[in-house]
Design a protein around this ligand. Structure first.
Ligand SMILES: NC(=O)c1ccc[n+]([C@@H]2O[C@H](COP(=O)([O-])OP(=O)(O)OC[C@H]3O[C@@H](n4cnc5c(N)ncnc54)[C@H](OP(=O)(O)O)[C@@H]3O)[C@@H](O)[C@H]2O)c1
Length: 242
């Protein structure tokens, strides 16, 4: 029987890297991990060297060629059992009156269209083999207004709606679909936030600080492990929307 594979998109980034490490530790190396990256080969190779039962996949997932390559690589290595749609972008930040058409295409493309099409294609394989688990990485901003984040918010809200729809349609076929909703997490995505804005944001978080990528990774692992979770959106935000 071929080995179960877990693919993590954007594993070269802060949260993706943490998810890969936690899944590897929790499976005691049993799970074969597909470490996807787009441009940051250095970070991806460093992670690959830390996770013995893993393989690298380079792909721009905003293209059909890139998405096809991801699935092909996974099928070559084993049985696609877990898909974590983590790759995402939050820029450009544009006030709603100045949103450009190409920004809409870019952000909705990477954050919504890409996971939607990957889920369609991976789920077909999962249903063939009888089971699978998908976790989408959403954001607190799916439910919270922040000037400059209109398109990002819409992309993540759409991803959450799709998560629930697919959980409904595919649950009966053995595929669970859940999402994790991080608050403000210390990664490259948030490192450009200046000290003043950072302080204002911290004041809105009950725990008073940005979170670590590992906290999100542990929530992803929980959504995978708990076999009665389906269509759930789990917040990991230190208590920000209370
Ligand atoms: N950090 C936060 O506070 C926060 C909060 C809520 C939600 N999130 C979500 O968490 C996820 C991970 O974010 P992060 O903070 O870890 O960000 P990050 O460190 O900037 O990582 C982003 C990842 O996405 C990949 N990526 C970007 N565009 C891509 C494309 N066209 N095709 C394929 N891969 C692409 C990057 O690949 P390369 O670097 O290899 O090019 C990188 O691995 C995102 O979905 C983000 O929206 C983050």
């Amino acid at each position: 029987m071929s080995q179960d594979v877990a693919v993590i998109t954007g594993s070269s980034g802060g949260i993706g890297r943490a998810i890969a490490k936690v899944l590897s530790e929790k499976s005691s190396g049993e799970l074969r991990l597909g470490l996807h990256y787009k441009g940051n080969a250095e970070a991806a190779k460093a992670l690959h060297s830390e996770i013995p039962n893993s393989f690298l996949i380079q792909a721009d997932l905003s293209t059909s060629v890139g998405r096809g390559a991801l699935l092909e690589a996974c099928l070559k290595e084993g049985n696609p059992y877990i898909l974590v749609n983590n790759a995402g972008i939050d820029k450009p930040h544009e006030p709603a009156l100045n949103i450009r058409e190409d920004s809409l295409d870019l952000i909705l493309g990477v954050n919504f269209k890409t996971p939607a099409l990957l889920m369609r294609d991976f789920a077909k394989e999962m249903i063939k083999s009888g089971s699978g688990v998908i976790v989408n990485v959403s954001s607190i901003l799916a439910k919270k207004a922040l000037t400059g984040s209109a398109v990002y918010r819409a992309s993540k809200a759409a991803l959450e709606a799709l998560t629930k729809q697919l959980a409904f349609e595919w649950g009966p076929k053995g595929v669970r679909v859940n999402a994790v909703s991080p608050g403000f997490i210390e990664t490259a995505m948030t490192e450009t936030i200046g000290p003043e804005t950072r302080n204002l944001i911290r004041q809105e978080i009950a725990l008073g600080q940005f979170g670590a990528a590992e906290a999100v990774a542990l929530a992803v692992a929980h959504l995978i492990e708990n076999d009665y979770l389906n269509g759930a959106v789990l917040s990991v935000d230190g208590g920000m929307r209370l």
